[in-house]
Design a protein around this ligand. Structure first.
Ligand code: PLP
Length: 407
């Protein structure tokens, strides 16, 4: 029996000692447990479209299974997929990458992880404009690096300013990790914003740019997405673009991300991946080709729907006393301040921190949202509006009622 064995405590390597479990997953787990126990919890937690994967994409996957595309492929994917990615970058970004500059992994997350793992040595620094998606800091640390937070202030529309970037760069800086449209703030960098940052980077030729463009296709008010390579084509040799199908085509579970960058970096990333997961799932690759090369009208339809939800959520949150927010220009998150509720209480709940607020919402309003602290922004919370309008309305009604009970 299991009890008869000695239990040893497993020694984790020093880089993993913090056990960087995603706090978003932790909250989701809490909400799921309570739902399983019969509680009616409305969850606005995960970064995942509520739409279904398009039918033609699913059909391409089924056809691939029947055609026997069920074997290993090249590490960075089939040539057909890499060609589809190449065409995507020509079409959308106007950059013609060679096939050996294109990388494909099991989600954009794997590509970010690969890039950091093959480039960072112990103590190297990575500049992360903050608020920031928590996985950046965790991945940098696991790779032996040090995340250096640089403020992307609310008063600047959550966009990092060139002078702050300049101040953050040292001799140890290897990367700037930039994400537009941004998770969690929804900020979108325009051409001039990126040109300002590029100007700083030209003075620091050793610093590379990891441009995470995952939410490229979710952008509002007819704003045009500008990639870092479009704003600074002369820096193309030190930019790694990272993108994927998870958010644009509602394909989070298929696990395919793609990117492009310098061939030697891409080849090192392939070497690492070849010793870990090898290629992304062959069937998901076939689905991704269909997503990238098939009809694209679904993108505009989904964007219009997200925009109408955003408008509703922004209006409702702004009408709640103690909360305030900017309207996100892209992605599907609202990043709001709850600073106006600090010091208020109801029953056993006193609100001092964003975590207190999130607990109050979960316990009393039965609404699951994410605190700002894991994104490096206290007194904030993130709520995803990748949920139906009726679900959003229900959750917002409950939030308003719970806030009205605070004294
Ligand atoms: C900014 C950002 N980059 C990358 C990812 C990862 O996407 P994938 O599903 O392709 O791993 C996410 C997912 O939440 C994200 O928010």
């Amino acid at each position: 029996m299991l009890e008869d064995f000695d239990q040893i405590s497993v020694e984790l390597n020093v880089r993993f000692s913090e056990r960087p479990m995603s706090p978003i997953m932790a909250i989701l787990e809490m909400a799921t447990m309570r739902q399983a126990a019969g509680e009616d919890i409305v969850a606005f937690v995960t970064g995942e479209p509520d739409f279904d994967t398009p039918v033609h994409v699913k059909e391409a996957a089924i056809a691939a299974i029947h055609a026997g595309q069920t074997k290993y492929t090249s590490v960075h994917g089939t040539l057909e997929l890499r060609e589809a990615v190449r065409q995507k970058f020509i079409h959308d970004q106007g950059v013609d990458y060679a096939i050996d500059q294109i990388c494909v992994g099991a989600g954009a997350k794997q590509l970010l992880f690969n890039a950091l793992s093959v480039t960072l040595s112990e103590g190297d620094e990575v500049v992360v404009p903050t608020p920031v998606w928590g996985s950046y800091g965790a991945m940098v640390k696991i790779a032996g690096g040090i995340p250096v937070k640089v403020p992307a202030r609310a008063e600047d529309g959550f966009l990092v300013q060139p002078e702050d970037l300049e101040r953050a760069i040292t001799d140890r800086t290897r990367w700037l990790m930039i994400n537009s449209p941004n998770n969690p703030t929804g900020a979108v960098y325009g051409r001039q914003d990126l040109e300002g940052l590029a100007e700083v980077l030209r003075r620091h030729p050793k610093v590379m740019v990891l441009s995470d463009e995952m939410y490229e296709k979710i952008i509002f008010d007819d704003k045009k997405f500008v990639s870092f390579v479009e704003a600074a084509p002369d820096l193309v040799g030190r930019i790694l673009l990272v993108n994927g199908v998870s958010k644009a085509y509602a394909m989070t579970g298929w696990r395919v991300g793609y990117g492009a960058g310098p061939a030697d970096l891409v080849s090192a990333m392939a070497a690492l991946q070849s010793q870990s997961t090898t290629n992304p799932c062959s069937i998901s690759q076939a689905a991704t080709i269909a997503a990238l090369t098939g009809p694209q009208d679904i993108l505009a339809e989904q964007c219009a729907e997200y925009q109408s939800r955003r408008n509703m959520v922004v209006d409702r949150i702004r009408a709640m006393p103690g909360l305030s927010c900017q309207a996100p220009a892209g992605a599907f998150y609202l990043f709001a301040s709850m600073a106006g509720l600090v010091g208020k209480s109801a029953g056993e709940h006193t609100i001092n921190t964003d975590l207190d607020f999130v607990r109050y919402m979960l316990d009393v309003a039965k609404v699951a949202i994410v605190p700002g602290a894991p994104f490096g922004a206290e007194h904030h919370f993130r709520m995803s509006f990748a949920a139906s309008q009726s679900e959003l309305s229900k959750g917002l009604d409950r939030m308003a009622a719970a806030i009205a009970n605070l004294n």
